[in-house]
Write a protein that binds this ligand. Structure first.
Ligand SMILES: N[C@@H](CCC(=O)N[C@@H](CS)C(=O)NCC(=O)O)C(=O)O
Length: 344
């Protein structure tokens, strides 16, 4: 055996050094970011939300609760190590994207659908999809309608600024049927239009309709038609131009999904601190090397799981009471679409 370094090995060593230097530069570049700087200076995260039971709604004490709200608290934990350094504000579908662009929010957790024009034309970035949804139609039962195509000639309420406004027009164009859209910005007015028979039906993400139906005076007088007219992958939305903030959003969501995959919950997370699995040790910060390498508190994932729980716990706490099945919103290992990239 010779100890002389062969040319190929030397070349590899040189390349490795270059990569390490490049990685160093890249890390520095991703540290800077206008949104994250602003959040840190302000001492809190500004989150735009909707108002739908289960997803985002203030409780009787005025404290915001819900599936998306829990992701706001998880973000607050990643940034500040505290679930409550976050301020939730309701914003209409029409107002929220311009407000995000204007810097009034740091992130929207309001059921925003990822679309290509929102990415390219409007310059928004999206975190991982946290809820796979589809557009539904809520209709008065006494119309005797059982499928969307039966709504030929109907008057349908749509919320301005939503993908639903566009999808319903596509649906009727595609099927060669007619409808009269009534475009409404205000959410209260939107459901009110259905109750006062100003419209025959309203269309929105089914997540929204399921929650809003529970708020109607006579929910049993209305049904949600079985079809889903579109794909509505709902994800956290942020303004472009802050890579590090985007990665914080990405990996905060991923942590909740990865924890569920490993069976780590808010109840048993302390048991997992004794796990011999090096991947789990890095994930929970028992081995701090991962957190140190990425410049986050090595305990960030542990703190999220301990405080708000894993994806399944967040889902069950907020959405199970409304009768939601996991469906697509299940782990890839259970036939769903949720899949976290590796924490390494
Ligand atoms: N996913 C659709 C619709 C989003 C949407 O309208 N979401 C509902 C909540 S799920 C909302 O913000 N409603 C207004 C409110 O709740 O105040 C989009 O991105 O255009």
């Amino acid at each position: 055996m010779t100890t002389t370094t062969r040319p190929a090995a030397r070349w590899k060593a040189a390349l490795a050094t270059t990569l390490v230097v490049a990685a160093g530069l890249f890390t520095t570049a991703t540290q800077a970011g206008p949104t994250l700087d602003k959040i840190k200076q302000r001492g809190s995260i500004k989150v735009g939300v909707g108002t739908t039971p289960g997803f985002f709604a203030p409780d009787s004490n005025g404290r915001w609760q819900g599936f998306f709200v829990d992701y706001g608290r998880a973000l607050s934990i990643t940034v500040f190590g505290d679930p409550d350094k976050v301020e939730f504000t309701n914003s209409s579908p029409q107002q929220r994207l311009p407000a995000l662009q204007a810097g009034e929010f740091d992130v929207l957790l309001s059921g925003v659908t990822v679309t290509i024009t929102r990415a390219f034309q409007l310059g928004f970035h999206f975190g991982p999809t946290v809820f796979y949804d589809g557009q539904g139609i809520l209709v008065r039962k006494d119309l005797g309608v059982t499928k969307a195509a039966d709504l030929d000639g109907a008057t349908i309420g749509v919320q301005s600024g939503t993908t639903g406004e566009l999808n319903i027009a596509d649906f009727f164009r595609k099927t060669g049927k007619k409808f009269t859209p009534v475009t409404i910005e205000d959410t209260g007015e939107f459901t009110n239009a259905l109750e006062t028979s100003r419209v025959d039906a309203i269309t929105q993400d089914s997540s929204d309709l399921v929650g809003k139906r529970t708020q109607l005076k006579k929910p049993d007088d209305y049904i949600i038609l079985p079809e889903r007219l579109s794909k509505e992958p709902l994800a956290p939305a942020i303004a472009g131009g802050d890579d590090r903030w985007l990665e914080i959003v990405n990996w905060t969501v991923n942590a909740t999904i990865q924890a569920e995959e490993w069976g780590i919950t808010s109840k048993n997370v302390d048991e997992f601190l004794k796990s011999p699995d090096p991947a789990i040790q890095r994930f929970l910060g028992v081995d701090p090397s991962l957190g140190q390498a990425i410049g986050l508190d090595p305990k960030f994932a542990y703190n999220i799981i301990k405080t708000v729980g894993n994806y399944g716990e967040i889902y069950d706490r907020n959405l199970k009471p409304l009768g939601w099945e996991r469906g697509y919103n299940n782990l890839w290992t259970n036939g769903g679409l949720l899949y976290s990239p590796p924490f390494r």
